[in-house]
Design a protein. Structure first.
Length: 297
């Protein structure tokens, strides 16, 4: 018996699904099944001929799978979107949804290593079959690699000093747990809010472990290739790095400012949709969520 509440409180539920403009007998993709909240709402709007292909590389997510013949589960990262659509004989779809946040269940499971609130191994893998962990990054990356990582992905103010401090101290002090990392970072933390500083460091490590920004770029390009003309794309991001990539691709169809624009999507909302006050009261984790909706030209 699946229980969506054990896993995740779905963010911007109605706004995201409404943005897809569901057709009863259409074919849709939920690229980030997670707790299944978005998928359940899409299924409730589909008729008997409708189909939903749902992706999630995290095996824990599938404890939540609804018993519905219209749902095709894919236990892989959404960077393989085109490959698995073709595998199921699907060339084009009517809509694609992606919620880029870490699920509440992942944050609340200490051994996954995503949360500052618990001690646990420095893991942070969305897909437990992959080899690279946060602990491995801290153990093996060079000082310039760590500097770049914390500066670009965490926007950590003293990223250069932080990288040097880790490299200087990691032989004497193993950094394999969240508690060990916190203890090591204490002397170099900047700003008045230690939790904010640690959150930036954790974000940088998680993005690197899961290649989140590279995967997002692949996904956006494959989404544009997979949507029918008039098909919709709904993407929820949770930090400025993701939102910038989504906004730029919808607007220009390329990443590099020097490249000629190849726009294939049209923004439905010029400004991102944010959670209402009512949603924020019910779920504080939604506070940084930003939804962008686009239509295939």
């Amino acid at each position: 018996m699946s229980n969506p509440d054990f896993y995740h409180t779905t963010v911007l539920l109605n706004e995201t699904v409404d943005g897809l403009d569901i057709k009863e007998n259409g074919t849709y993709v939920d690229a980030t099944f997670g707790g299944g909240g978005h998928s359940r709402l899409i299924l409730s709007k589909l008729g008997p001929e409708g189909r939903l292909i749902a992706f999630d590389q995290d095996e824990d997510a599938w404890r939540n799978k609804p018993d519905d013949d219209r749902l095709i589960p894919v236990t892989e990262n959404f960077k393989y979107l085109r490959r698995f659509l073709r595998l199921h004989g699907i060339n084009e779809v009517d809509g694609i949804l992606a919620d880029l946040g870490v699920s509440s269940f992942q944050f609340d499971t200490a051994e996954r290593g995503f949360s500052l609130r618990f001690d646990g191994p420095l893991d942070m893998r969305m897909d437990k079959r992959s080899e690279l962990t946060a602990a491995e990054i801290l153990r093996t990356y060079t000082e310039p690699q760590l500097h770049k990582l914390f500066e670009q992905y965490g926007e950590v103010r003293n990223s250069k000093q932080l990288a040097k401090h880790i490299v200087d101290n990691r032989k004497a002090m193993k950094i394999t747990t969240i508690a060990a990392l916190k203890a090591m970072l204490a002397p170099v933390m900047r700003g008045g809010n230690p939790n904010k500083y640690l959150a930036q460091v954790f974000q940088a490590l998680r993005i690197e472990v899961n290649d989140e920004l590279g995967v997002l770029k692949d996904f956006l390009q494959q989404s544009a290739q997979s949507l029918k003309p008039g098909g919709r794309l709904s993407v929820i991001s949770f930090h400025s790095l993701e939102d910038r990539i989504v906004k730029q691709y919808i607007k220009r169809g390329v990443w590099d400012d020097n490249e000629e624009s190849k726009q294939v999507l049209r923004p439905i909302n010029n400004k991102p949709i944010e959670p209402t006050e009512q949603e924020l009261k019910a779920n504080n984790r939604a506070r940084s969520a930003r939804l962008r909706i686009a239509e295939r030209l």
